[in-house]
Design a protein around this ligand. Structure first.
Ligand code: NDP
Ligand code: MG
Length: 366
């Protein structure tokens, strides 16, 4: 029996994680945390018989970290959205739990800190992001010497094939209509801008210890192939499945076992065509911005991420336009100096400076 804590329990990932746990006698949920949705949390706690809970907005900013430290989980699933999840990721590893990580922003904002905590803890970092989970499975048993590169697939989002002119007046509602995945609002907008794939390139850099020129991105609109490992003998190993987050969630929570899940099996004869194309990085500038920030290193990915969070929130609130997101991120990267990430305070300062820079710019454009 594994004891599981679920952070972000009322979100898209959290709800699916609860489903996975309910379907498995081996997984016992011992703690739940959420941002502000007190009623949703209470309902989930009652439905799943969970005694320990916290609501960040009510119980204070440190409440989630305290919960993680005190709940005695074997594995902490971090499904919080945004860099707000970083402290909980660090606390999970420091408390001696495995970290099942959906919150990619933890690695983008504080990658070196998470890796250091991982090394100190001797525990596992298990990716929940579908592409990275797929890659972990493609790489199982392969020697690092045999690996040429990893390939992340991207659906291309709801605006695939559009020109910049056609994107000028798209609305939040258009951006939230994702063609293949059903997800929270922030990651849905990130998928529409391709920032999500950019964050995932940085995530892959930290998870797999690869330089950026060995992390490829290919657009695959059907979202059936989730990731591929390119090996030096010419083999390309792919991971396929219906787009269903319960599969990578289950893999992370039950690793190294594999449990049955409620997910549908893939019928190859019913699939039709699988297609692949290069991403349009001239129109969807966020992917190139993220890759460049990753290559700069230090706090550059943290600045990119914080600026993106603010820009996406402003877009969802109708205060800026879709194409402003990339512009605001670019301006923040220009405005905030990059520092070496050797301490959490450095990350907090860079995060805050980027948010301030975006706030100032939005005051000017709105
Ligand atoms: P949602 O917006 O659906 O859910 C976010 C969850 O985080 C909510 O439960 C929210 O609580 C909680 N939350 C927000 N702030 C805090 C905080 N400060 N402390 C504690 N909890 C907080 O997001 P998703 O589930 O879509 O995404 C979660 C993470 O997983 C993101 O990092 C995303 O990139 C990643 N991910 C998501 C995928 C998906 O399919 N959805 C796929 C791959 C990765 P409340 O409801 O109370 O606000
Ligand atoms: Mg993903």
């Amino acid at each position: 029996m594994k004891r599981v804590a679920i952070l972000g329990a009322t979100g898209s990932i959290g709800v699916q994680a609860l489903e996975v746990c309910a379907a498995s006698p081996e997984l016992q949920v011992v703690a739940l945390a959420t941002g502000r949705d007190r009623d949703g949390l209470a309902a989930a706690a009652a439905a799943h018989g969970v005694a320990r809970t916290c609501v960040a907005a009510d119980d204070g900013p440190d409440a989630v970290v305290r919960l993680v430290r005190e709940c005695g989980a074997d594995v902490v699933l971090n499904g919080i959205v945004g860099a707000a999840g970083l402290d909980a990721s660090l606390a999970a590893l420091e408390s001696g739990a495995d970290l099942a990580l959906a919150n990619k922003e933890s690695l983008v904002a504080g990658g070196p800190l998470v890796l250091a905590a991982l090394q100190r803890s001797g525990r596992r970092l298990l990716p929940v992001d579908s592409e990275h989970s797929a890659l972990m499975q493609c790489l199982a048993g392969e020697s690092p010497d045999a690996l040429v590169s990893v390939v992340l697939t991207a659906s291309g989002g709801p605006f695939r094939g559009r020109t910049a002119a056609e994107l000028e007046h798209v609305t939040a509602r258009d951006a939230l209509a994702h063609p293949t995945w059903s997800m929270g609002a922030k990651i849905s907008v990130d998928s529409a801008t391709l920032m999500n794939k950019g964050l995932e390139v940085i995530e892959a850099h930290f998870l797999f210890g690869l330089p950026y020129d060995r992390i490829e991105v290919v657009v695959h609109p059907q979202s059936i192939v989730h990731g591929l490992a390119r090996l030096r003998d010419g083999a390309l190993i792919a991971h396929l499945g219906h787009p269903d987050m319960r599969v990578p969630i289950s893999y992370a929570l039950t690793y190294p076992e594999r449990a049955a899940t409620p997910a549908r099996q893939l019928d190859l004869t019913q699939l039709g065509t699988l297609s692949f194309e290069p991403p349009d990085t001239a129109t969807f500038r966020c992917l190139a911005l993220a890759r460049a920030a990753g290559e700069v290193g230090g706090t550059a990915p943290c600045i990119l991420n914080a600026a993106n969070e603010e820009a996406v929130a402003a877009f969802l609130a109708g205060r800026v336009r879709f194409l402003d997101i990339a512009a605001l991120v670019t301006d923040a990267l220009d405005a905030v100096p990059v520092a070496v990430v050797d301490d959490i305070e450095v990350v907090r300062a860079a995060d805050a400076a980027a948010r301030t820079a975006v706030g100032v710019r939005i005051g000017a454009v709105a």
